[in-house]
Design a protein. Structure first.
Length: 300
């Protein structure tokens, strides 16, 4: 899990420094593991580990990282970590604490008010650690101004605000199946244009770049949607992808899954899906804090 620290430091130095340094960052990440094991124990003990994406994300991530066996039994206990002192590192831990207060077993049984989860999701998008993580990724991926950008599953428009803070797109279009979220996005990022649409196949314009930043988990049929995205991307256009995977932080993966995701992926599954329609330009990181890479439309 921590094997990519050198790559993370190379591309995400600003994120690490904002967290208080490598040691503080590791303390924060340790909390994600500690909470994931805690939540898995709770849903197992209450019989709530059913067929849902939240439980699946915990199981697959903890199994892959050696904390549970195939039967779901905990085989590696995790000591309660030391609290980090860095501002953004503490913010990360507090996010896990807020989710924990909702009750893992209740979440697994779908007994938690969806509004509470949606509020948590909104708060995550504007937290300092999340903002600098995304900004650092875009910088490492060499995002530039002047691009016509498409954002799938644009939700409340927070990603658009981050892009406009550092870049000047010639066009920015986000599509989102939930019309209520489109209305929110229009007020959050008025510079961009947002459309209520279920798929990129409903978009008629062509784009220089597509932002798949924490997006693939929302797609009902990822292979089909990526085909539609390819049609919306100009020849040689770039796809910037930052996707939480099961090899990433298990607690954060579980949180994003509980917020309405329909899939969880390994980093290889992500690449296999992308290979169907795109060519790899540059892989930055495989797992931590997410799978991060730049892919391209194969037709130059």
């Amino acid at each position: 899990m921590y094997l990519e620290f050198l790559s993370v430091y190379r591309y995400f130095k600003e994120y690490i420094e904002a967290s208080g340094g490598l040691l503080e960052l590791k303390k924060a990440l340790d909390w994600s593991v500690w909470y994931a094991v805690k939540w898995w124990r709770e849903i197992r003990e209450t019989g709530a580990a059913g067929d849902n994406v939240f439980a699946k994300s915990l199981y697959t991530s903890l199994l892959l990282q050696g904390f549970i066996d195939e039967d779901g039994n905990i085989k590696k206990e995790v000591e309660r970590p030391e609290l980090p002192k860095g501002l953004y590192a503490r913010e990360w831990v507090e996010m896990h604490e807020r989710f924990d207060q909702l009750g893992a077993a209740k979440i697994a049984r779908d007994e938690v008010d969806r509004n509470a989860l949606e509020i948590l999701y909104s708060d995550i998008q504007i937290q300092g650690w999340h903002r600098i993580m995304i900004k650092t990724f875009l910088k490492a991926a060499r995002m530039v101004s002047g691009l016509a950008i498409l954002e799938p599953y644009s939700k409340e428009g927070h990603l658009a605000t981050l892009v406009y803070e550092d870049y000047a797109p010639s066009l920015y279009v986000g599509y989102e199946p939930n019309a209520a979220l489109v209305d929110i996005a229009k007020s959050v990022a008025p510079q961009a244009r947002f459309i209520a649409a279920p798929s990129a196949c409903d978009i008629r314009e062509k784009f220089d770049a597509v932002l798949l930043i924490e997006k693939m988990q929302w797609m009902p049929d990822p292979a089909k949607e990526l085909e539609c995205i390819k049609k919306a991307l100009k020849g040689g256009g770039l796809l910037y992808i930052a996707q939480p995977v099961v090899e990433s932080m298990p607690g954060y993966l579980a949180i994003t899954s509980a917020l309405g995701a329909v899939h969880v992926f390994t980093w290889k599954q992500v690449e296999n899906l992308l290979k169907m329609h795109f060519t790899l330009e540059k892989r930055l990181i495989k797992t931590m804090p997410f799978y991060g890479a730049v892919w391209a439309h194969p037709e130059r």
